[in-house]
Design a protein around this ligand. Structure first.
Ligand code: PEP
Length: 249
């Protein structure tokens, strides 16, 4: 089953209104493959979602970077899935390692969030990945399997999930996984989906790589059979993001 190449840009907690307008202009002027070849989703901070959605060419989609685990209410500082839906924003990133590690989001909490967001009609970029310590202890596959299991146990369909493998040691460090390292984990994640969810879900779910992807390393990573795209942090704020969008060509 053909899996459309997917490139996400996670802007994290960056940008002023002026800077955001500049990034949007670079995207709108970029020569990128047609939407039926590559799906591109950028994720600005919450406060810029309406601006980015209204000023980007329809070619590009927009994602929130997080949402609350259930219906909104007395949860100061949180943003609900319903609010994101009401802004006509189709995607949300959940389980990013910065939230798992800095804000103590557990596998179960992330799984609950994914299930709730899907239930509200959002599509989810669900992130998994091991720390350096876990990799060096030979626990990479156990860690990503446990993170994926907590999602699988709570959702009835994977149709609207993109799974992002983001080794923590590669995020924002400039230490990108080698194509072989990325392929190994993506292959194992696909096998896990095959054995624990279904052959169909394993074949159709896009598994994207994130961690210091750049204009320079994206093409080689994109040649790996189980790498279906990228989630890009730092480089998604720069013009080289256009090269990353084109990496599967
Ligand atoms: C990320 O934050 O999802 C990410 C992959 O960051 P970077 O590309 O900067 O490593």
């Amino acid at each position: 089953m053909a899996r459309k190449f997917f490139v996400g840009g996670n802007w994290k907690c960056n940008g002023t209104t002026e800077e955001v307008k500049k990034i949007v202009a670079v995207l709108n002027e970029g020569q990128v493959p047609p939407p039926d070849a590559v799906e591109v989703v950028v994720s600005p901070p919450f406060v810029f979602l309406p601006l980015v959605k209204s000023s980007l060419k329809p070619h590009f989609h927009v994602a929130a970077q997080n949402c609350w685990v259930k219906k909104g209410g007395a949860f100061t500082g949180e943003i609900s899935a319903e609010m994101i839906v009401s802004l006509d924003i189709p995607w949300v990133i959940l389980g990013h390692s910065e939230r798992r590690l800095l804000l103590n989001e557990s596998n179960e909490f992330v799984g609950d969030k994914v299930a709730y967001a899907l239930g509200q009609g959002l599509k989810v970029i669900a992130c998994v990945g091991e720390t350096l310590e876990q990799r060096e202890a030979g626990k990479t596959l156990d860690v990503v399997a446990a993170q994926t299991r907590a999602i699988a146990e709570r959702v009835s369909s994977w149709e609207n999930i993109v799974l992002a493998y983001e080794p923590v040691w590669a995020i924002g460090t400039g230490k990108v996984a080698t194509p072989a390292q990325a392929q190994e984990v993506h292959h194992e994640l696909r096998k896990w989906l095959h054995d624990n969810v279904s052959a169909e879900v394993a074949a159709s779910t896009r598994i994207i790589y994130g961690g210091s992807v750049s204009g320079g390393n994206c093409k080689e990573l994109a040649t790996q059979p189980d790498v279906d795209g990228f989630l890009v942090g730092g480089a998604s704020l720069k013009p080289e993001f256009i090269d990353i969008i084109k990496s599967s060509e």
